[in-house]
Design a protein around this ligand. Structure first.
Ligand SMILES: Nc1ncnc2c1ncn2[C@@H]1O[C@H](COP(=O)(O)OP(=O)(O)O)[C@@H](O)[C@H]1O
Ligand code: SF4
Ligand SMILES: [Mg+2]
Length: 341
């Protein structure tokens, strides 16, 4: 799947019938997801992660830009055609399984529904497929007749995963799939997703605000800020502390790993409005590296050069920043590890 310069603007109320305003939920997104690849998406609440996820599954139509899927431009398809094309090929798992599942339907009906809608197989084959998927995601056969309300949060998310896989998608989009769950079951659901991704050879997009979780499950990590993709880094670069965008560094410092303890980077400036984003780099109101030049225009993507100079660039690592982090002295003073006196 490939997004080219995709924008999503959503209308918002202004309180006045004469003034119209729109949230810049997604701005100029360029992104390609290869077969079998897992791409993580991170950023604070409101930065546009869910909007991007919805564009990928066809639930949100771009205001402008192009969405290509398996070589076909799906942007111009009408709503029903798009639902038919992407509905079968792309599965989605939402944050809260309690609201994503119809409370009045049994697990069996919930899982059969996509097969009925897309007229897959005979009635007996559909029932067989329901049992097959329940076993694949680790649900007991006895859960077939249960209503979502009778299941635990973890079991409900397993139902949602089974439903997303019903039509054998090639891409699975998981929007914060564990954040509404108890801490004790998060790892189980995460491991289930990884296992399925591996066994079924799926591409996966994994959305979360926790960069450490994301980099563990993904091949590469995309950082979003105020509707924009600001960095696209291999997970190894995130694990090795070699991301370049100041905002990615701030996210990393908010959830430090045990191996690499680090003080949290405090972002003090005002949080910008998504209705009237700042000129130039959207992060400049909170960035400790900002200069006047950062307000002039949004920096273009730059391919990262290695921090140890041996070759010319790091393949697959790009960021949009005029003053990237390449040395510990580029971090705010308080976060630089102090030598023992
Ligand atoms: N239906 C909507 N109408 C208007 N604004 C919306 C709507 N949904 C989301 N937004 C706004 O779009 C921006 C991006 O939201 P979202 O994609 O949900 O971010 P995230 O998933 O990263 O929290 C936010 O500023 C949010 O307030
Ligand atoms: S472009 Fe400027 S304001 Fe934006 S992240 Fe880089 S240094 Fe900070
Ligand atoms: Mg969201």
């Amino acid at each position: 799947m490939e997004l080219r310069d995709v924008h999503v603007r959503l209308p918002v109320r202004t309180g006045s019938p004469f003034r119209r305003a729109a949230v810049h939920a997604l701005t100029g997104a360029d992104l390609a997801i290869a077969p079998g690849e897992t791409v993580g998406i991170v950023g604070e609440s409101g930065c546009g992660k869910s909007t991007l996820a919805k564009v990928l599954v066809g639930l949100q139509r771009p205001t402008s830009g192009t969405v290509m899927f398996e070589g076909e431009d799906v942007t111009t398809l009408r709503r029903a055609e798009r639902a038919k094309r992407l509905g079968a090929a792309v599965g989605m798992i939402f944050q809260d399984p309690a609201t994503a599942l119809n409370r009045r339907l049994s697990v069996r009906s919930i899982l059969r529904d996509p097969l009925d809608v897309h007229r897959r197989g005979t009635s007996a084959e559909r029932d067989e497929r329901v049992r097959e998927l329940m076993s694949l995601v680790g649900l007991p056969a006895s859960a077939e007749a249960a209503l979502p309300g009778q299941l635990s949060g973890g079991q409900r998310q397993r139902v949602a995963i089974a439903r997303a896989l019903m039509l054998e998608p090639s891409l699975l989009v998981a929007d914060e799939p564990t954040s509404a769950l108890d801490v004790s079951v998060r790892a189980q659901i995460l491991n289930l997703l990884l296992d399925l991704q591996d066994r079924l050879g799926l591409s996966m997009v994994f959305v979360s605000h926790d960069i450490q979780t994301v980099r563990r499950v993904s091949d590469r990590v995309i950082t979003m800020y105020l509707g924009r993709i600001v960095e696209d880094a291999p997970s190894g670069a995130v694990a090795g502390g070699d991301t370049r965008h100041p905002y990615t560094r701030a996210l990393m410092s908010a959830t430090p790993s045990l191996l690499d303890p680090m003080e949290a980077i405090r972002l003090d400036g005002p949080f910008p409005s998504a209705v009237r984003p700042p000129s130039g780099c959207p992060f400049r109101t909170r960035c400790w590296r900002a200069t006047a030049e950062c307000g002039e225009r949004m920096p273009d993507f730059v391919t990262a050069s290695p921090s140890v100079p041996s070759s010319s660039s790091v393949p697959g690592h790009r960021y949009r920043c005029l003053h990237p982090i390449t040395d510990p002295s580029d971090l705010p003073l308080a976060t630089v590890p102090q030598e023992n006196p």
